[in-house]
Design a protein. Structure first.
Length: 110
């Protein structure tokens, strides 16, 4: 009986978590491939730059409603890739963890 209750509780928890994750998914970008006021869209290189400066622009965006972290007038996947790559460059992208793991295995072999 206890196992059945815990199984039902686990199933309910899983369903609630799935609904929360799906509910947080972003919607479409209506400005995708639309030209901005200057007649341009942001591509890979602008995405890379915006990702690199994202910590600074985030802080500024807290105090200035005209500053955004992400350019909505972008060309889609290449801008997104550049943005994520820029963020990974700034925040390390997990390279330090791989470096530590390599150091450990080197010390163990000695």
């Amino acid at each position: 009986m206890k196992k059945q209750i815990s199984l039902v509780l686990l199933e309910i928890t899983a369903i609630v978590l799935m609904l929360l994750v799906v509910g947080c998914a972003p919607g479409p970008n209506p400005a995708l491939n639309t030209l901005d006021a200057a007649g341009k869209t942001a591509g890979f290189w602008w995405g890379l730059w915006h990702g690199i400066i994202s910590p600074v622009t985030f802080i500024i965006s807290l105090f200035n409603k005209h500053v955004n972290i992400y350019d909505v007038y972008n060309d889609g996947n290449w801008y997104n890739f550049g943005f994520i790559l820029g963020v990974l460059i700034i925040f390390g992208g997990g390279g330090q963890g791989a470096k530590r793991k390599a150091k450990k295995s080197t010390h163990q072999n000695v």
